[in-house]
Structure formats: C-alpha cells, structure tokens
Ligand binder design. Sequence first.
Ligand code: AMP
Ligand code: GLY
Length: 436
Amino acid sequence: MKVLVIGPGGREHAIVRSLLADPSVTEVHAAPGNAGIAQAVPTYPVDASDPAAVTALATSLGADLVVVGPEAPLAAGVADAVRAAGIPVFGPSREAAQLEASKAFAKQVMAEAGVPTAMARVAANAEEAADALDAFGAPYVVKDDGLAAGKGVVVTSDRDAALAHAQACFDAGGSVVIEEFLDGPEVSLFVLSDGHTVVPLAPAQDFKRIFDDDEGPNTGGMGAYSPLEWAPEGLVAEVVDRVARPTIEAMAQRGTPFVGVLYCGLALTSRGTRVIEFNARFGDPETQAVLARLRTPLGGLLHAAATGRLETVEGLRWAPEAAVAVVLASQNYPDKPRTGGRIRGLKKAGALDGVHVLHAGTALDEEGKTVSSGGRVLAVVALGEDLTHARERAYEGVELITLEGGQYRHDIAAKAARGEINVPGVTNSAGTGAER
Ligand code: AMP
Ligand code: GLY
C-alpha cells in the first residue's frame, strides 16, 4: 500500500513514522512535510489546502490511501476532491469537517445527538455578547466561531477582556460562542470512524497554555501524555456510547457521514463528562504521544476507516509503556514566533533509549542545516515504564536540543506522574489499563 500524508506538522511526522512501521505499507510520501519528514520519505512542495493540487499528486503517485492531517485542508474540501478521484482518503468531507470548522454547527449536532456539552449562546454583536456573559457569569468563556488553531478561545474572569475578545472577532467579521465554564481535568479522545463504525484510541491529555502551571495564553498544544491512569474506569466506553457514536450517527443521518478521526475534547466535570469541542482530525501534540504506544499497524487501520471496513478491525494493541511528548516552541510563540534559528542536538536527543524527535516547524537553510520555521518547532517523545520514567527521558532529550530563544514547558505530565489529578466528584481512580 502506498500512502500520501498531507500536512506540515508534528502530527504528520508522527503519522509518517507509524506508517513506515506498518509492514503492509510499501511507500510513504508527504506534502508539504517538514525537514524531519523529508529525512524519512519523499516530500512535495504542494499547497496542502489546494484540492486540485493534492488530488493531482495523489493520482500521479498512484496512492492507495491519502491521510489528511490538519483542519484547513479538510475545511477547504481536499478530502472531497481526492475521494471524487476514486482514491480512499482518511479525513472527512468539507461538510463533515464543519464539526470543527464551525463551533455553532458542532453545538447544533451535539444538541441533535443528545451529546453532553457546555451550555452556550451564539453572539453576533457586543450587546448579545454582554447578555450572554452575564447569563453564565465568571469565569467567562468566549470562542471565535471559526477556525483559529486553538487560539480563538479566551477563558478569563475579567469581563472587559472577555468583551474585548468578542469585539475583536466581530471586527474580523465573525461571531462568537459564549459558554458556561467547565471545571475538571481535560481529556482528548480520538475516535476513528468509517462513517458508521467507531474505534477509539487511547486517551491523552494536552497542555494548551504556553507556560508552566497553565499560565499564559492558549497555544496549539505544548505537550501531551498517554495513557491516563487517573481517568475513571469506563471513560472510553462512556465517551463512545454517549458522544462519539451518537455524533457519527447524526452525521450519517444528515447525509454527511464523517470518515476520519473525531477528536473529542472533553472536560471531566463535577456534573459528568462534557464535550468542550470537536475536531475533525488528530490532535497535535497528542498524536505524537498516542501513536508512540499504538502497536496495531496504523496503515491498515486508516485504510479500513477510509474504505468503510472498520467493523473488520480487531481490538487495538498498545505498548504497556507510558508516552510523554514535550514540545519545543520558538521564542515569542504563540504571539509572533521568531523563526530561522539554528536547531542543534537533534541526533543526540533521538539516540537516547526510548526517545524519538518529531519535527513540526522545521526547514533546511541554504547550507542544509535544520532551522526553525514555525511556532511549534518539534516534539521530543519518550516511552518509559511509567510516566515518571517517560518524563525523565523526554526532558533529557529536550535538554540536549538547543534553539536560541526556544521555550518549552517543564511540567508536562508532572501532576499525573505525582498522582495529583482529581476528577471532581470521583473519589478514587486506582488501577491501570491502556483503555484509559
Ligand atoms: P477549544 O478551542 O474549544 O478547544 O478551547 C481551547 C481551550 O479553552 C480548551 O482546551 C480549554 O482549556 C478551554 N476551554 C474551552 N471551553 C471551555 C469551557 N467551556 N470551560 C472551561 N474551559 C474551556
Ligand atoms: N492539541 C490540540 C489540538 O490539536 O487541537
């Protein structure tokens, strides 16, 4: 099987790495990729969000499967174009990808499907925004309705700041969704779907804020780990039954079946599990941690989803180890990241036992040296017998890598490793298991 992976980031590097480990995959190609992906497979300078260009590349390569990584190509209809050319594609249609591209649409589908989520109101002007803020009270949650790479959300107790974010979205011609605040730890669960059958992966936790202790602005994600030993027994089954399956069924009923990965962003609140958001793609950097543990060959799995055969897939196999991914970001990320800095120490870090480095915003300069080219530059991923061990290895790797002004969080998976994560209303969650 020949596979073409679309996208430029760390998630795509993780997917490429897992595909290369699948014996049924004979060739992997990527577009546009990054410096790390280009070391592993042939890459092509194609605009990932150009449906015709991606389809032409897939056709000329004779690809048996196209995997679309990021949200922008999905929202631009890349999966539709590839599918129309008769090539199996892992990634939802433009319409199905609205589950991520429009938060208002996602709320509507959740309401139809009876999926538990935060109460929300759509506001199109300052007056409506102020009313909604006062209806829910502090802390305030204000979300840009459109795609904003995880940066369109402001959570604050400052009413003026909440109003200012709403106004900025209105000024840009958009609307906002204002929600009740959800307490409790967050979980990312990826559920594969062929349009009807659903197969959950192992849950992960992401670290959205730029600084330690969840300080500072939201980012695309600064690190992740999996599995979640603190998660309540039966969490995955609950999310499949109450969230993923009803959503996939609602999308099929609407005539817009969802093929790809439904990313369920959840909060485990004192009032039960609630959906914070849906994404129509794998999470970044959660994928880097989750795929590090997946032992079931990825190519076969994604091909089964793309061709309506997920029913035939047997139970997934997982490595017993814990995985931790720590992101190294550019100076000034997420504001105006400084790029073009030389990155050193990649080989040394990747040579550590149980450690691999996945590139995100990297490129080669004129001398062929690896330099930063984006906000999130790379992730160091480590497997270890437990979270403590995996963290040690991941940070050992991060410390071997140098990038001027580079920043990373020091507390990825730290609370979980210390057993300090509590789900409100749940007294204990002892035990282990790859399902959690
Ligand atoms: P989203 O883009 O919807 O995933 O939001 C980004 C981040 O903002 C989430 O991962 C949460 O940390 C936070 N967030 C979003 N919605 C809420 C909410 N209703 N209550 C509390 N935090 C939220
Ligand atoms: N890590 C969060 C996301 O992929 O949206």
